[in-house]
Design a protein around this ligand. Structure first.
Ligand code: ADP
Length: 360
């Protein structure tokens, strides 16, 4: 059941301005250009107010860019109304018709398109089976759980076989466990159909779990576009590193630069760090080195000394919060059963697992 109609999406220098209550013009989306490939699952990720929803709504046609162009497939749709764009949106609020049963909610778009009755029946039943709603066709929305209502909303968007599927924080109203199982369902269905999907969320784990590529936004601009692994392991900025998981940031001086390697001075110790941006470094410069908490080890020997302020058992790991000259170091030890545990108040050394440091 592949969707053969799936399309790519291109934004070219898209700007969206609003007038704030004090009559000042500000840019909610500030000159965004990007290309989403056909069949790709992309999330727009960032804190509240960074312009994700506005970007999604401009792709759907619910908002118009102040300037710039939106393409769906090869067509410039900037001036095309939402109903004439080849997109379907799954909303956070589900937006189901309360007096229609599940079957009629899902088949609504097919009736609008005036398909034959037996075609409507066939396609609606297929989609209901795909999203796990088989046998629930005659229920009204208020006789469904939140998760089931979200499945109806998803089925209703899928049944019209749109070129692009848009999701506006669709899982926000579900509890934590259901969110995880629904996101796995969405991923499974998207893979099966191969449909281009653009998904707005402020939840980094949701973005990591779902996406082929993540677009991290901040204050109306794109901070970084990359696979979940790229943005986690090689964040382009402190903002991205901080937003995607927890991080330690350590200021260091560059000692020397070689091909693919930058050598830094970290608290008097010399460390070689693999560095794809080595050409941008110069000796003497101050750089920020990022170490993920799971890449840090506490040991009797190491790079620099630290003081353990707290040592907390979290089940899957032992977490240490340490302090070195006012700089906080977070350590997550997932192998705590394998080696020595340290206690609050101890002075120990910080060491790093091999090839895990990254210069921002
Ligand atoms: P996000 O989805 O990342 O939370 P939005 O795209 O909804 O962010 O909003 C980006 C910015 O634009 C916010 O500062 C928001 O208050 C503002 N904004 C969004 N819609 C409007 C509007 N219709 N009128 C004025 N300001 C708006």
């Amino acid at each position: 059941m592949k969707n053969t109609n799936t399309k790519n999406v291109t934004l070219k220098n898209v700007i969206r301005e609003y007038v704030s209550p004090d009559k000042k013009t500000f840019r909610a989306v500030n000159d965004i250009s990007l290309e989403i490939h056909s069949g790709e699952f992309v999330t727009l990720l960032g804190p509240s107010g960074c312009g994700k929803t506005t970007t999604l709504r401009m792709i759907a046609g619910f908002e118009n860019p102040t300037s710039g162009d939106v393409f769906i497939g090869d067509e410039n749709v900037t001036a095309v109304t939402p109903d004439n764009r080849d997109t379907a949106m799954v909303f956070q609020s589900y937006a189901l018709f309360p007096h229609y049963d599940v079957f009629n909610n899902i088949s609504f778009g097919l009736r609008l398109r005036k398909l034959k009755e037996d075609e409507i029946n066939k396609r609606t039943k297929e989609i209901m089976e795909l999203v796990g709603l088989k046998g629930l066709g005659e229920r009204l929305p208020n006789q469904l759980s939140g998760g089931q209502q979200q499945r109806v909303a998803l089925a209703r968007a899928l049944v019209v076989e749109p070129g692009v599927l848009l999701f506006d924080e669709p899982l926000s109203n579900l509890d934590a466990k259901l969110r995880v199982s629904m996101r796995n369902e969405i991923k499974r269905i998207q893979r099966r159909l191969g449909i281009t999907s653009i998904y707005v969320t402020h939840d980094q784990s949701e973005a990591m779990a779902l996406s082929d590529r993540v677009i991290v936004m901040n204050k109306g601009v794109i901070e970084q576009i990359g696979t979940p692994n790229e943005i986690y392991s090689h964040p382009a900025s402190v903002f991205v590193a901080d937003f995607i998981g927890r991080s330690n940031f350590i200021e260091c001086k560059v000692r020397s630069v070689g091909e693919g390697v930058t050598t830094v001075d970290m608290y008097g110790k010399t460390l070689e760090i693999q560095d794809t941006a080595w050409q941008n470094r110069t000796a003497g410069q101050t750089v920020t080195v990022m170490a993920r908490p799971e890449s840090v080890r506490l040991a009797d020997q190491g790079v620099f000394k630290t003081h353990i302020n707290s040592s907390i058992f979290m089940g899957a790991m032992q977490e240490y919060i340490c302090d070195t000259d006012g700089m906080q170091i977070i350590v997550e030890d997932y192998d705590y059963a394998q080696h020595k545990a340290y206690s609050e108040g101890e002075d120990v050394y910080v060491a790093f697992k091999e090839n895990t440091l990254h210069i921002i």
